[in-house]
Write a protein that binds this ligand. Structure first.
Ligand SMILES: NC(=O)C1=CN([C@@H]2O[C@H](COP(=O)(O)OP(=O)(O)OC[C@H]3O[C@@H](n4cnc5c(N)ncnc54)[C@H](O)[C@@H]3O)[C@@H](O)[C@H]2O)[C@@H](O)CC1
Ligand SMILES: Nc1ncnc2c1ncn2[C@@H]1O[C@H](COP(=O)(O)OP(=O)(O)O)[C@@H](O)[C@H]1O
Ligand SMILES: [K+]
Length: 512
């Protein structure tokens, strides 16, 4: 599923109408019909739709939805928040058709009187869609406020009115929908927070935009969902041996941080790696090994307090590896800086850096730029802030743009974590993972992700797909755990590791 900006959506629309010759009214008919069908299925007990329509195309969709739901047996009322003569194009055509069908319409700039709550009423927000600019003006401001006060379900068409489509700051007022029926493709704000909270349940309906229109659009941003994971996750062959499934080296931890390497190692092993060597400061080894039986170990020299030390001459076994991951729990000492520099310059395989492994990168930009082998960085917004000099708030407001600029600048794969983690390739292709749960907002979740990325990037089929699958499976494991009754209070990275086998089995089952 492609993810677009409002401008890209307009280009798609324009190509379909002007170049391919599909009538605007027909495209709107398709859109409204698809949305109405979805709303009808979503609320089998409902019998009445109260639709708030604007004067643009979002309002035009509202008239089609009204007419369609009426044909399906519902009572419908449209409140047009504009004078009737303000409409033009497809919206005017569908308003006239709605009226010609004898269906009720109130036009003007007032907001309807509040009604007593009644079972079976659905409010539909078809006021503004991707055409919004800036703060909501009247009468939409009051109408949005009014819709936010009703107890009945509110379904937004395409975008909740007031929410910008792109990476813009949320205005003071927006419709807080229970569900949003997105037409054809989601826009950026669907996957940006806090904007995404306003969407409620996300439902995406195809509206029949021809493939030719999509092919003409130069855009490289999409979701990564169950279908993508199932399609790309390679089948394990009967005759494979451990060497075929990737040999990885994980460098992590300290005497007082044995959890990070233990979690990352277990996650890596459960995500399918053939052979794992875990490298931890010597005094942490027995604690880690007692939790991870399947790894082999490469102890690191350490300081008196059990942190990595003096790694300048350490003969790391990376020559025999297919991939290396480093960072979690290493600390931010000079030794970590030395290690990070050696990793960037000496490893001849894909390299994953996370947590403390990201800390010294602003001092090692030349080494990053000169690196010839794939580099995969997995920062959370705080770490991304350190890499870019921006605040986490600024990062989250422009997650797509910030990730793309950084990944292209340093030719790296960037996994910007958070709800709807974004994976960006060195060429600027972007994937938004649709899996995840707020249960993951706990120490250790990131360590688990590092391990899963190390394992899955080595499974392929390409590194890009492997990294996307790692992020997807990580989020799905948390979702399944919550679905099966684990409280999001209690959920830990250990639960995530326990549920990873179910998540992978679920993805594999979709292949059948
Ligand atoms: N792109 C596509 O492929 C399709 C889009 N359709 C619909 O078209 C919508 C976009 O339509 P439009 O471009 O006409 O735009 P909208 O219907 O979102 O709104 C445009 C109107 O809102 C006003 N407006 C903008 N910002 C405002 C603010 N802050 N306060 C008050 N009024 C404001 C503008 O002056 C303009 O009159 C989509 O969201 C979707 O619902 C569908 O009809 C068909 C297919
Ligand atoms: N609210 C949330 N919704 C979905 N995923 C989340 C949420 N909060 C955190 N995550 C995920 O959990 C992981 C946390 O990683 P990180 O912040 O590095 O944690 P730590 O370093 O403590 O292990 C990331 O994969 C992130 O995407
Ligand atoms: K809307």
């Amino acid at each position: 599923m492609q993810v677009v900006t409002s401008k890209e959506m307009q280009q798609l629309d324009q190509y379909t109408i002007e170049t391919l010759g599909m009538k605007e009214e027909l495209l709107m008919e398709n859109a409204g019909r698809a949305a109405a069908g979805d709303i009808y299925d979503m609320y089998p007990e409902a019998h009445t739709a109260v639709i708030f329509a604007g004067k643009g195309n979002n309002g035009g969709d509202g008239f089609v939805i009204g007419r369609t739901l009426s044909s399906l047996g519902w009572n419908v009322y449209v409140y047009l928040l504009a004078e009737e003569d303000a409409l033009s194009g497809g919206a005017l055509y569908h308003k006239d058709l709605y009226r010609a069908c004898g269906l009720p319409l109130t036009a003007g700039t007032g907001v309807p009187e509040p009604e007593s709550p009644e079972e079976g009423i659905i409010y539909i927000d078809a006021m503004l869609g991707t055409g919004i600019h800036g703060e909501l003006k009247e009468p939409f401001y009051s109408a949005a406020k009014w819709l936010n006060s009703v107890t009945a379900p509110v379904v937004a068409v395409d975008i909740p009115t007031g929410v910008p489509a792109n990476e813009e700051e949320l205005p003071g007022m927006a419709v807080n929908a229970d569900a949003t029926v997105i037409l054809e493709a989601p826009t950026l704000s669907t996957y940006l927070y806090p904007a995404s909270h306003y969407y409620g349940e996300i439902r995406i309906v195809p509206i029949g935009v021809p493939r030719a229109s999509w092919n003409a659009l130069d855009q490289k941003r999409q979701t990564w969902d169950l279908t993508d994971a199932a399609k790309s996750l390679p089948e394990r062959t009967q005759e494979s041996h451990k060497g075929d499934n990737g040999k990885g080296l994980l460098i992590a931890g300290a005497y007082n941080m044995p959890g990070a390497p233990a979690i990352a190692s277990n996650a890596c092993l459960h995500a399918g790696i053939g052979l794992l060597t875990t490298s931890v400061p010597a005094s942490a080894l027995s604690a880690v090994a007692s939790h991870v039986l399947e790894a082999t170990y490469f102890p690191l020299p350490e300081t008196e307090d059990g942190q990595v030390a003096d790694l300048q001459e350490t003969p790391f076994p990376w020559d025999g590896m297919d991939g290396v991951a480093a960072g979690s729990g290493l600390g931010r000492t000079e030794s970590t800086r030395v290690l990070t520099k050696r990793l960037l310059t000496e490893t001849q395989t894909p390299l994953v850096l996370d947590a403390d492994g990201l800390y010294f990168l602003p001092e090692l930009e030349a080494e990053m730029a000169n690196r010839e082998h794939p580099l995969i960085l997995t920062p959370h917004p705080g770490e991304m802030g350190r890499l870019t000099g921006l605040s986490p708030k600024e990062i989250n407001a422009e997650r797509f743009t910030v990730s793309r600029e950084y990944a292209r600048k340093f030719s790296c794969y960037l996994v910007l974590k958070g709800p709807n983690t974004i994976i960006t390739t060195p060429e600027g292709r972007q994937y938004v993972s649709t899996s995840g749960s707020s249960a993951l907002a706990k120490g250790g979740s990131g360590d688990a992700l590092t391990g899963i990325v190390l394992a899955m990037m080595l499974q392929g089929p390409t590194l890009e797909e492997g990294v996307c699958n790692a992020v997807y499976a990580h989020g799905l494991a948390a979702e399944i755990a919550i679905r099966e009754g684990i409280s999001d209070y209690s959920f830990t990275a250990s639960n995530l590791i326990d549920y990873l086998p179910k998540a992978l089995a679920f993805i594999q089952a979709q292949k059948k």
